[in-house]
Design a protein around this ligand. Sequence first.
Ligand code: PLP
Length: 451
Amino acid sequence: MFPKLAEDLAELPALLEETRAYAERILTGLDARPVATGPVEHPPAALPEDGTGLRGALRTFASRWEPGFSASAGPRYLGFVTGGTTPAALAGDWLTAALDQNAHGAVGSSATALEREAVSWLGALFGLDRPGAFVTGATMSNLVGLATGREWLGSLSGGSVAEDGVTTPIRVLSGTPHSSIAKAMSVLGLGRRNLVPVATLPDREAVDVAALERELAAGPAIVVANAGTVNTVDFDDLRAIAALKSRYEFWLHVDAAFGGFAAVSPDFAPLLDGWAEADSVCVDLHKWLNVPYDSAVQFTRRPDLQLRVFENVSSYLGAPADTPDFMHLTPETSRRLRALAAWFALAAYGRAGYREIVERNVFCAKEMGARLDRGSRWRLLAPVRLNVVCFTLAADATTERVKEALDAVARSGEAFLTPTVHHGTPAVRAAFSNWRTTAADVDRICTALGA
Ligand SMILES: *Cc1c(COP(=O)(O)O)cnc(C)c1O
């Protein structure tokens, strides 16, 4: 064995303890770490010829790279929609690497049985009783949903897109789709140009269902309904969209990347009314479930069609069984057991724990909205419906001035927020989805914003 490897093996318990202690210092220091840092530029280092062993690698990382890492896992990082990592999810993720299972199939391990349990727990959490699988993020979850919808549309004329390719253009209809929908369409050969924007309601990001109906009258399509838009967390009327199924042929995919967590609180679950009628559903887990990157779940009503798209038959892997292995249902073949971190999180905190996190995050968002409203520097661009505050400068809200204000907040190290454009207005989004965030953080964030 290579000497440094043999030394690391001999010293494994002590090295793991040092790594654990290092992780502990990082986590207990989260509050003092700048919430965001600029990228630290280093002169390139050459590939080590002999390496330094784990202890040396830890030292090099700690001095060269770690200082440039942000506190994105902490309570005042409100950029994008960024969750943190709960203690149980962290432990589950460590053990995922320690056990290093390949969750492609059921041969020789219970790993995939655990994944099925985690998917069914998520289904129970969200009120969606159907099969599903773990994928790397909402982009991949959307891609799997659209791929299955593509197969369904092909089957209407007796064909199979999986076998023959796309022979007739497929339209994807949506009011305010996330950018990952166009990306998935590009990957799937549907073409970004076939994403048909459907009118939204006045002053809303939710789709105008009457306009959607007019598009559906032109022929079968995939409908991407949005359950939580990124700017204002607006929800399409999923019940009304699902009702159109009795009159028109369409595949209903719901992108509920973070809005799906409305289901865990009776206060917000009505926003998702009707979503159980969807053919496929996307929910991100590295956002509001607060598991580490990268993790999402996709739910499907038609595992048979999903199998046609993703089946991966070979002499050494065998043919799919009655309950197909995950490698026959997802883009990956070899797969990380990312279900384990989610399983630990759900085992540790359960339904009640997630309800508390979601309700506290929404409370924080509403508090922040109220404070911005009372002050004179900022103004809200939409009501705070769930966990995102969308706002802009009260006066002279140019792209440059919004950026300057956000840069100043980031330089203070107190908070991190990201810019957007809402209905043509340069704006800011503050997205609450971290399990650690409290009202005291809202106070610090608002002070940093001069609100
Ligand atoms: C974040 C998000 C996505 C993309 O998710 P990734 O996990 O970054 O792939 C898709 N849709 C919505 C609504 C999102 O918020």
